[in-house]
Design a protein around this ligand. Structure first.
Ligand code: SF4
Length: 294
Protein backbone atom coordinates (compact mmCIF):
# COMPACT_ATOMS: atom_id res chain seq x y z
CA UNK A 1 0.00 0.00 0.00
CA UNK A 2 1.49 3.35 -1.06
CA UNK A 3 0.99 6.68 0.62
CA UNK A 4 -0.56 9.27 -1.67
CA UNK A 5 -0.17 13.06 -1.80
CA UNK A 6 -3.76 13.77 -0.64
CA UNK A 7 -3.67 11.30 2.28
CA UNK A 8 -5.26 12.45 5.52
CA UNK A 9 -2.53 11.84 8.10
CA UNK A 10 -3.84 11.40 11.63
CA UNK A 11 -4.44 8.74 14.23
CA UNK A 12 -7.94 8.56 15.66
CA UNK A 13 -9.73 6.07 17.89
CA UNK A 14 -13.41 5.24 18.00
CA UNK A 15 -14.37 4.26 21.55
CA UNK A 16 -17.45 3.73 23.72
CA UNK A 17 -18.08 2.95 27.35
CA UNK A 18 -20.11 -0.14 26.50
CA UNK A 19 -20.49 -2.67 23.72
CA UNK A 20 -23.18 -2.43 21.04
CA UNK A 21 -23.07 1.36 20.89
CA UNK A 22 -21.95 1.59 17.25
CA UNK A 23 -18.16 1.81 17.29
CA UNK A 24 -17.73 -0.54 14.37
CA UNK A 25 -20.45 1.22 12.36
CA UNK A 26 -18.53 4.46 12.78
CA UNK A 27 -14.97 3.19 12.34
CA UNK A 28 -15.74 1.16 9.20
CA UNK A 29 -17.79 3.88 7.53
CA UNK A 30 -15.23 6.55 8.37
CA UNK A 31 -12.66 4.28 6.75
CA UNK A 32 -14.84 3.91 3.68
CA UNK A 33 -15.35 7.66 3.13
CA UNK A 34 -11.67 8.38 3.89
CA UNK A 35 -10.62 5.88 1.21
CA UNK A 36 -12.01 8.33 -1.36
CA UNK A 37 -9.25 10.73 -0.32
CA UNK A 38 -6.29 8.39 0.19
CA UNK A 39 -4.98 5.43 2.11
CA UNK A 40 -6.41 4.13 5.39
CA UNK A 41 -5.13 1.71 8.01
CA UNK A 42 -7.98 0.32 10.10
CA UNK A 43 -7.05 -1.38 13.39
CA UNK A 44 -9.71 -3.58 14.95
CA UNK A 45 -8.69 -3.67 18.61
CA UNK A 46 -12.00 -5.01 19.89
CA UNK A 47 -9.96 -8.18 20.32
CA UNK A 48 -12.59 -10.28 22.08
CA UNK A 49 -14.96 -9.86 19.15
CA UNK A 50 -13.33 -8.21 16.13
CA UNK A 51 -15.80 -7.69 13.31
CA UNK A 52 -14.51 -4.86 11.10
CA UNK A 53 -13.35 -7.49 8.58
CA UNK A 54 -16.98 -8.45 7.93
CA UNK A 55 -17.47 -5.09 6.20
CA UNK A 56 -14.31 -5.40 4.10
CA UNK A 57 -14.55 -9.00 2.95
CA UNK A 58 -12.46 -8.12 -0.12
CA UNK A 59 -9.40 -7.85 2.15
CA UNK A 60 -7.77 -11.26 2.59
CA UNK A 61 -6.11 -11.42 6.00
CA UNK A 62 -3.13 -13.56 6.97
CA UNK A 63 -2.90 -14.79 10.57
CA UNK A 64 0.13 -14.66 12.87
CA UNK A 65 0.12 -16.18 16.35
CA UNK A 66 0.85 -13.88 19.30
CA UNK A 67 2.62 -15.31 22.32
CA UNK A 68 3.47 -14.00 25.73
CA UNK A 69 6.36 -15.00 27.96
CA UNK A 70 5.52 -17.10 30.98
CA UNK A 71 8.06 -18.38 33.51
CA UNK A 72 9.08 -22.04 33.52
CA UNK A 73 10.56 -23.39 36.75
CA UNK A 74 13.33 -26.03 36.61
CA UNK A 75 12.47 -28.18 39.63
CA UNK A 76 15.90 -29.84 39.58
CA UNK A 77 17.53 -26.48 40.42
CA UNK A 78 14.79 -24.70 42.40
CA UNK A 79 15.64 -24.33 46.12
CA UNK A 80 12.13 -23.15 47.07
CA UNK A 81 13.47 -19.80 48.27
CA UNK A 82 10.06 -18.16 47.71
CA UNK A 83 11.70 -15.03 46.21
CA UNK A 84 9.66 -15.36 42.99
CA UNK A 85 6.38 -15.35 44.91
CA UNK A 86 7.41 -12.27 46.89
CA UNK A 87 8.50 -10.43 43.73
CA UNK A 88 5.33 -11.18 41.74
CA UNK A 89 2.78 -8.38 42.16
CA UNK A 90 0.14 -10.43 40.37
CA UNK A 91 0.25 -13.61 42.49
CA UNK A 92 1.05 -15.53 39.33
CA UNK A 93 3.75 -17.70 40.90
CA UNK A 94 3.27 -19.37 44.26
CA UNK A 95 5.88 -21.27 46.30
CA UNK A 96 4.47 -24.20 48.27
CA UNK A 97 6.26 -26.53 50.71
CA UNK A 98 7.59 -28.78 47.96
CA UNK A 99 6.84 -27.09 44.61
CA UNK A 100 6.38 -23.82 42.75
CA UNK A 101 3.15 -23.27 40.82
CA UNK A 102 2.78 -20.84 37.91
CA UNK A 103 -0.62 -19.41 36.88
CA UNK A 104 -0.11 -18.28 33.26
CA UNK A 105 -3.45 -16.38 33.07
CA UNK A 106 -2.30 -14.07 35.88
CA UNK A 107 1.24 -13.56 34.61
CA UNK A 108 2.00 -10.11 33.13
CA UNK A 109 5.35 -11.23 31.63
CA UNK A 110 7.26 -8.66 33.68
CA UNK A 111 10.36 -10.92 34.00
CA UNK A 112 10.61 -10.04 37.73
CA UNK A 113 10.77 -13.65 38.93
CA UNK A 114 13.33 -14.62 36.25
CA UNK A 115 15.63 -11.81 37.23
CA UNK A 116 15.33 -12.21 41.00
CA UNK A 117 15.47 -16.02 41.36
CA UNK A 118 18.63 -16.68 43.47
CA UNK A 119 19.11 -20.18 41.97
CA UNK A 120 18.48 -19.12 38.33
CA UNK A 121 15.85 -21.86 38.19
CA UNK A 122 13.37 -19.86 36.12
CA UNK A 123 13.56 -19.53 32.36
CA UNK A 124 11.36 -18.15 29.56
CA UNK A 125 8.42 -20.17 28.27
CA UNK A 126 5.79 -19.16 25.71
CA UNK A 127 2.00 -19.21 25.70
CA UNK A 128 -0.18 -18.24 22.76
CA UNK A 129 -2.66 -15.52 23.71
CA UNK A 130 -4.23 -14.88 20.33
CA UNK A 131 -3.70 -13.97 16.70
CA UNK A 132 -2.99 -10.91 14.64
CA UNK A 133 -4.73 -10.89 11.26
CA UNK A 134 -3.61 -8.48 8.59
CA UNK A 135 -4.15 -7.81 4.93
CA UNK A 136 -4.40 -5.01 2.37
CA UNK A 137 -6.41 -4.27 -0.72
CA UNK A 138 -5.86 -1.20 -2.86
CA UNK A 139 -5.53 1.70 -0.37
CA UNK A 140 -6.97 -0.09 2.64
CA UNK A 141 -4.90 -1.93 5.21
CA UNK A 142 -6.87 -3.92 7.79
CA UNK A 143 -5.28 -5.30 10.94
CA UNK A 144 -7.21 -7.08 13.69
CA UNK A 145 -6.38 -8.69 17.03
CA UNK A 146 -8.19 -11.86 18.05
CA UNK A 147 -7.86 -12.95 21.68
CA UNK A 148 -7.89 -16.68 22.38
CA UNK A 149 -11.05 -17.82 24.15
CA UNK A 150 -10.46 -17.87 27.91
CA UNK A 151 -7.36 -15.69 27.67
CA UNK A 152 -7.25 -12.44 29.64
CA UNK A 153 -4.20 -10.71 28.14
CA UNK A 154 -6.33 -8.16 26.27
CA UNK A 155 -4.04 -5.21 26.86
CA UNK A 156 -0.92 -7.15 25.86
CA UNK A 157 -2.53 -8.22 22.59
CA UNK A 158 -3.68 -4.68 21.81
CA UNK A 159 -0.12 -3.46 22.42
CA UNK A 160 1.20 -6.09 20.01
CA UNK A 161 -1.36 -5.22 17.31
CA UNK A 162 -0.46 -1.51 17.56
CA UNK A 163 3.26 -2.36 17.27
CA UNK A 164 2.82 -4.85 14.44
CA UNK A 165 5.39 -4.05 11.74
CA UNK A 166 3.30 -2.87 8.81
CA UNK A 167 3.50 0.34 6.86
CA UNK A 168 0.95 2.54 8.65
CA UNK A 169 0.32 5.25 6.12
CA UNK A 170 -2.50 7.75 5.66
CA UNK A 171 -5.37 7.87 8.10
CA UNK A 172 -5.10 5.44 11.01
CA UNK A 173 -8.41 4.45 12.62
CA UNK A 174 -8.38 2.42 15.83
CA UNK A 175 -11.62 0.63 16.77
CA UNK A 176 -11.23 0.38 20.56
CA UNK A 177 -12.56 -2.38 22.82
CA UNK A 178 -15.65 -1.33 24.80
CA UNK A 179 -15.28 -0.25 28.42
CA UNK A 180 -13.26 2.16 30.48
CA UNK A 181 -10.28 0.14 31.72
CA UNK A 182 -6.68 -0.63 30.66
CA UNK A 183 -7.45 -1.99 27.14
CA UNK A 184 -9.14 1.27 26.15
CA UNK A 185 -6.33 3.38 27.61
CA UNK A 186 -3.75 1.24 25.78
CA UNK A 187 -5.72 1.83 22.55
CA UNK A 188 -6.15 5.60 22.77
CA UNK A 189 -2.82 6.65 24.25
CA UNK A 190 -0.48 8.30 21.71
CA UNK A 191 -3.35 8.96 19.27
CA UNK A 192 -4.41 12.39 18.00
CA UNK A 193 -8.08 12.26 18.80
CA UNK A 194 -10.87 10.03 20.12
CA UNK A 195 -14.39 9.83 18.73
CA UNK A 196 -16.50 8.85 21.70
CA UNK A 197 -19.73 7.10 20.71
CA UNK A 198 -22.76 7.34 22.97
CA UNK A 199 -26.39 6.37 22.68
CA UNK A 200 -29.17 8.35 24.35
CA UNK A 201 -30.35 5.78 26.87
CA UNK A 202 -29.83 5.92 30.65
CA UNK A 203 -27.23 3.11 30.48
CA UNK A 204 -25.64 4.68 27.41
CA UNK A 205 -25.24 7.99 29.21
CA UNK A 206 -23.88 6.32 32.34
CA UNK A 207 -21.14 4.52 30.39
CA UNK A 208 -20.41 7.58 28.26
CA UNK A 209 -19.86 9.59 31.43
CA UNK A 210 -17.40 7.00 32.78
CA UNK A 211 -15.31 7.09 29.61
CA UNK A 212 -15.43 10.90 29.48
CA UNK A 213 -13.90 10.92 32.98
CA UNK A 214 -11.15 8.51 31.91
CA UNK A 215 -10.26 10.53 28.79
CA UNK A 216 -10.23 13.78 30.74
CA UNK A 217 -8.03 12.18 33.38
CA UNK A 218 -5.43 11.09 30.81
CA UNK A 219 -5.70 14.38 28.89
CA UNK A 220 -6.86 12.82 25.61
CA UNK A 221 -8.73 15.16 23.21
CA UNK A 222 -12.12 13.84 22.19
CA UNK A 223 -15.57 14.70 20.87
CA UNK A 224 -18.89 12.87 21.03
CA UNK A 225 -20.94 11.19 18.33
CA UNK A 226 -24.55 10.45 19.25
CA UNK A 227 -25.55 7.16 17.69
CA UNK A 228 -29.17 5.99 17.49
CA UNK A 229 -30.23 9.62 17.89
CA UNK A 230 -33.97 10.14 18.31
CA UNK A 231 -35.82 13.44 17.87
CA UNK A 232 -37.05 14.66 21.26
CA UNK A 233 -34.43 12.74 23.26
CA UNK A 234 -31.72 15.24 24.14
CA UNK A 235 -30.20 13.35 27.07
CA UNK A 236 -26.69 13.38 25.58
CA UNK A 237 -26.98 16.94 24.28
CA UNK A 238 -27.88 18.16 27.79
CA UNK A 239 -25.04 16.20 29.34
CA UNK A 240 -22.52 17.53 26.80
CA UNK A 241 -23.74 21.09 27.30
CA UNK A 242 -23.30 20.77 31.06
CA UNK A 243 -19.78 19.36 30.68
CA UNK A 244 -18.73 21.68 27.86
CA UNK A 245 -18.20 18.77 25.45
CA UNK A 246 -18.52 19.01 21.71
CA UNK A 247 -20.96 16.87 19.73
CA UNK A 248 -19.37 15.98 16.40
CA UNK A 249 -22.27 14.23 14.68
CA UNK A 250 -25.61 12.52 15.10
CA UNK A 251 -26.37 9.15 13.49
CA UNK A 252 -30.15 8.72 13.54
CA UNK A 253 -31.93 5.64 14.85
CA UNK A 254 -33.37 4.31 11.59
CA UNK A 255 -34.40 0.89 10.42
CA UNK A 256 -32.60 1.27 7.06
CA UNK A 257 -29.29 1.94 8.87
CA UNK A 258 -29.80 -0.96 11.27
CA UNK A 259 -30.91 -3.22 8.42
CA UNK A 260 -27.92 -2.44 6.19
CA UNK A 261 -25.51 -2.90 9.11
CA UNK A 262 -27.08 -6.23 10.05
CA UNK A 263 -26.56 -7.42 6.44
CA UNK A 264 -22.85 -6.54 6.63
CA UNK A 265 -23.22 -3.54 4.32
CA UNK A 266 -21.37 -0.28 4.74
CA UNK A 267 -24.16 2.23 5.25
CA UNK A 268 -22.08 4.96 3.61
CA UNK A 269 -22.16 2.88 0.40
CA UNK A 270 -25.90 2.31 0.34
CA UNK A 271 -27.41 5.38 2.02
CA UNK A 272 -26.22 8.68 0.49
CA UNK A 273 -27.51 10.89 3.33
CA UNK A 274 -25.66 8.78 5.88
CA UNK A 275 -22.53 8.92 3.74
CA UNK A 276 -22.72 12.70 4.00
CA UNK A 277 -22.82 12.45 7.82
CA UNK A 278 -19.59 10.43 7.76
CA UNK A 279 -17.93 12.79 5.28
CA UNK A 280 -18.76 15.75 7.52
CA UNK A 281 -17.57 13.84 10.59
CA UNK A 282 -14.24 13.12 8.91
CA UNK A 283 -13.88 16.78 7.91
CA UNK A 284 -14.70 17.94 11.45
CA UNK A 285 -12.19 15.60 13.09
CA UNK A 286 -9.52 16.47 10.51
CA UNK A 287 -10.02 20.18 11.24
CA UNK A 288 -9.78 19.54 14.98
CA UNK A 289 -6.58 17.51 14.73
CA UNK A 290 -4.95 19.91 12.29
CA UNK A 291 -6.04 22.85 14.46
CA UNK A 292 -4.46 21.22 17.50
CA UNK A 293 -1.22 20.62 15.58
CA UNK A 294 -1.09 24.11 14.02
S1 SF4 B 1 7.00 -12.86 34.97
FE1 SF4 B 1 6.31 -11.27 36.43
S2 SF4 B 1 4.07 -11.49 36.43
FE2 SF4 B 1 4.88 -13.37 35.54
S3 SF4 B 1 5.06 -14.78 37.26
FE3 SF4 B 1 7.07 -13.76 37.03
S4 SF4 B 1 6.98 -12.00 38.46
FE4 SF4 B 1 4.85 -12.71 38.15
Amino acid sequence: MDTEEGDVKMKIAVASGKGGTGKTLISTNLARVALEQGSVTLFDLDVEEPNAHLFFSEVEQKSEPVEKMIPVVDVSICELSGVCSKVCEYHAIITLANQVMVFPELCHSCYGCLEMCPSKAISEGKKQIGMIKHGAKDHLQLISGLLKVGESATTALIRDVKKFPIQKSGLQIYDAPPGTSCPVIETVKDLDYVILVGEPTPFGLHDLNLLVQVLQEIGQPFGVVVNKAVTGNDRIEQYCAQKGLEILAHIPLRSDIAGAYAKGQLVSEVLPDVKQIFQELLETVTRKVNGAVA
